[in-house]
Design a protein around this ligand. Structure first.
Ligand SMILES: Cc1cc2nc3c(=O)[nH]c(=O)nc-3n(C[C@H](O)[C@H](O)[C@H](O)COP(=O)(O)OP(=O)(O)OC[C@H]3O[C@@H](n4cnc5c(N)ncnc54)[C@H](O)[C@@H]3O)c2cc1C
Length: 483
């Protein structure tokens, strides 16, 4: 019998016996796999779902359960925001930056309102109220927050700003677990057959077509025939150091990977049958520097005392741009009107203080006239409500001139810069895995963080974009596989 390997497909002709037969086999039971299962069952296909852990969840269950939805939801309208499909789509495209998949942005832009209704139809509760301010996740059970760079340049010039972070109604952080529970219950009610402690280790091919998978259960290889298709929903590769070293070396600048194993096997399986892995260097990162909220009014400088971003952007965009700076750290500058002791969990420390910005500059061992000149220019223009360098917008744009002053250190190695990968298999809007010529690989589908999707560019990420991508394109993959 040929070797079983994730980097080589196993030929159907060598399968000793088929242990399972189904129409659609789904690998991975996070939000993506659950949504794929719901749609494939709804379309009438037999569905087997294999999950390597002892239960559903993955990174999805660890998440905040926040989904990026726009175009004029009930919650947006009730809060007085007149979001449109055009503005929403324009934002999605800008957020994709150089990695954008325009077709996915356009499809999701058009269908996000229906997707929101679909989530509600599955039983996901939304209170429908808006919580103003800058929040990473709501601390009460509010269900709409600002979750991106919508009100900041350059985004606000291309698309009218509106909050689009729709969070499952749930008190406090961690709405991902209840979100997955609801989707799991729905997938089970519809008749999905679920095997846990079952790890896919290879794809099976019949000629050029993927026709099944080898799944290891109780340390035994089981051969799964999937007549209509296999859907990969296995998550990203943030915990696979070898893959990160090869494809995403910049992610080693930060230190706190988040997710649930995320070993990249789905990407390897897709590549083993000719799939194209794209934007593998992209990663999301954030340090919770906007907590407490008054810190959102601060100014960031690098080790040379120079600004590098309009700080009114989403905390993740600012953090990602920070990690591009040399020297392993950046400083958040605050005056007494805005300083509050940082959260312990953020690992943000006080690096310098002073009664003038010159004194802070000296404490940070910066050359005279660097940081202090930055703050003189910033304050002069902020008093006039302008930021000619980075186009930061009022009201976050405000002078920092109430002594004493402080420089907080965000250190890439010791502060909490959580991160996960964004690159993965190239797929069509129907979730077909594409080869390097852009042609679908027959019988193979994928969605979620084992693919490159809506959140394609780390510098443009907004909270909720990953789960928007997982839930919506998971559904697309399930439907297409069942067709
Ligand atoms: C703390 C935290 C908070 C977050 N908050 C948000 C948020 O609010 N909004 C948002 O959009 N994003 C958020 N994210 C990111 C988001 O949760 C993930 O990117 C997303 O859930 C990935 O979903 P997925 O279905 O692709 O993968 P997962 O949810 O990780 O599911 C993959 C599943 O596949 C299984 N699997 C893997 N390999 C195999 C195999 N070989 N055989 C069988 N099973 C396998 C895994 O065990 C896992 O259960 C957050 C992430 C974290 C960690």
């Amino acid at each position: 019998m040929p070797d079983i390997s994730m980097v080589r497909p196993f030929p159907a002709s060598a399968v000793p016996q088929w242990d399972f037969a189904t129409d659609v086999a789904i690998i991975g039971f996070g939000a993506t796999g659950a949504c794929a299962a719901i749609e494939a069952r709804t379309a009438g296909a037999r569905v087997l779902l294999f999950e390597r852990s002892s239960g559903s969840g993955g990174a999805s269950a660890l998440s905040g359960g926040e989904i990026y939805i726009g175009g004029g939801t009930d919650a947006q309208r009730a809060a007085g925001f007149d979001d449109t499909v055009e503005d929403f789509t324009a934002y999605l495209k800008l957020a994709g930056g150089p990695c954008v998949d325009e077709a996915k942005c356009e499809l999701y832009g058009r269908e996000a309102l229906d997707h929101y209704q679909w989530l509600k139809d599955q039983g996901v509760p939304y209170r429908g109220n808006f919580l103003p301010g800058k929040h990473i996740e709501p601390t009460d059970d509010s269900t709409l927050i600002w979750s991106g760079s919508e009100a900041a340049a350059p985004f606000c010039h291309a698309a009218r700003p509106a909050p689009r972070g729709h969070v499952i109604q749930h008190v406090g952080w961690g709405g991902g677990r209840p979100l997955v529970n609801i989707l799991e219950a729905r997938a089970r009610d519809l008749g999905t057959e679920f095997h846990c402690d079952a790890r896919a280790v290879a794809l099976i091919t019949d000629g050029a077509r993927v026709c099944g998978a080898v799944v290891r259960i109780d340390n035994t290889n089981r051969f799964v025939r999937a007549t209509k298709g296999v859907v990969l929903a296995t998550g990203g590769f943030v915990f696979n150091d070898a893959m990160r070293r090869k494809y995403c070396p910049d992610s080693f600048r930060v230190n706190s990977p988040i997710g649930d194993k995320d070993d990249g096997i789905g990407i390897e399986l897709g590549v083993s049958v000719g799939g194209d892995a794209i934007h593998m260097d992209q990663f999301f990162t954030t340090c919770p520097w906007t907590m407490p909220e008054s810190h959102a009014y601060g100014v960031f400088v690098n080790r040379a005392g120079q600004r590098f971003i309009n700080e009114d952007c989403y905390h993740g965009r600012v953090s990602r741009c920070a990690v591009d700076q040399d020297g392993g750290k950046v400083y958040l500058l605050l005056d007494m009107a805005h300083f509050v002791q940082p959260l312990d969990l953020a690992g943000i420390t006080i690096a310098g203080t002073g009664n003038t910005w010159e004194e802070v500059e000296a404490e940070l061992d910066m050359a005279p006239g660097t940081l202090s000149a930055t703050m003189a220019v910033y304050n002069t223009h902020a008093r006039a409500g302008r930021d000619p360098l980075f186009d930061k917008q009022v009201p976050i744009l405000t002078p920092l001139d109430q002594a004493p002053f402080v420089a907080l250190e965000l250190n890439f190695a010791t502060s909490y810069f959580s991160f996960f990968t964004l690159g993965g298999l190239r797929t069509s809007t129907d979730g077909e895995v594409l080869d390097r010529q852009g042609q679908p690989i027959a019988g193979l589908y994928a969605a979620g963080r084992c693919t490159s999707g809506l959140p394609a560019w780390g510098h443009g990420y907004s909270s909720g974009m990953s789960l928007a991508d997982c839930t919506f394109f998971g559904r697309q993959a399930g439907k297409a596989a069942a067709a």
